[in-house]
Design a protein around this ligand. Structure first.
Ligand SMILES: C[S@@+](CC[C@H](N)C(=O)[O-])C[C@H]1O[C@@H](n2cnc3c(N)ncnc32)[C@H](O)[C@@H]1O
Length: 208
């Protein structure tokens, strides 16, 4: 299939996608919001008043879900390479999470205090070269885990989007060293043809 036909088919499928239609009705900026809603319904990771960090936040579906549930008494710092229009109760930092400065900016906004929850939906721009994309994805996972090790409270939660492929098992095993339990989750709203899978690190063991 030509590239033009394949992107036409993607757009057709996207417009008819029930989660895209629902997101428009509910006022969510992305269909991704339903992945977090579904995961939270089962695992109860978002509570009013908590402190949280949202990595790879744009266009803001997950941040909207956090904002609605955490409320004004909590604190959320979100970051992305891309711009993100403002969301109530969310402090946004635009920048590359791979850069030291962005890490410091996030920590400054948190006043260097540990958080209850870190969520990362970061995904690299797809180059089309499977091995390169997989490596980049796992690298972002590892960076997010490094952040978690330094900034998550004892018994806190870490939700991260990963991709099944090279080094996935290695990352999963590393995650298991730092949490009481790790759940592998494929939400209904995650497209079945996508190799994405969500890992939930449940109850961080800071002394591990
Ligand atoms: C799937 S989207 C996130 C969707 C978002 N969770 C939502 O609900 O709207 C992935 C995001 O990761 C961001 N991203 C990828 N690499 C990044 C990096 N190194 N630093 C910051 N953000 C990054 C992309 O810019 C993109 O906006």
């Amino acid at each position: 299939m030509s590239k033009a036909n394949s992107s036409k088919n993607w757009i057709k499928g996207h417009v008819k996608d029930p989660f895209v239609i629902q997101a428009q009705k509910d006022g969510y900026r992305s269909r991704a919001a339903y992945k977090l809603i579904e995961i939270d319904k089962k695992y109860h990771i978002i509570k009013p008043g908590i402190k949280a960090v949202d990595l790879g936040a744009a266009p803001g579906g997950w941040s909207q879900v956090l904002s609605n549930k955490i409320g004004a008494t909590g604190r959320v710092v979100a970051a992305d390479l891309l711009e993100m229009p403002p969301i109530k109760n969310i402090d946004f930092i635009q920048g590359n999470f791979e850069e030291e400065k962005v890490l410091r900016d996030i920590q400054d906004k948190l006043k260097n205090l540990p958080v209850d929850l870190v969520i990362s939906d970061m995904a690299p721009n797809i180059s089309g070269i499977k091995m390169v994309d997989q490596q980049r994805a796992i690298y972002l996972n590892e960076l997010a885990l490094e952040f978690v090790k330094n900034n998550l409270k004892q018994n806190g939660f870490f939700l991260v989007k990963s991709f099944v492929g090279a080094d996935f098992e290695k990352f999963l095993n590393e995650l298991k060293l730092h949490f009481k339990k790790v759940f592998k989750i494929k939400p209904d709203s995650s497209r079945s043809r996508s190799s994405e899978i969500f890992l939930l690190g449940y109850e961080f063991q800071s002394k591990a």
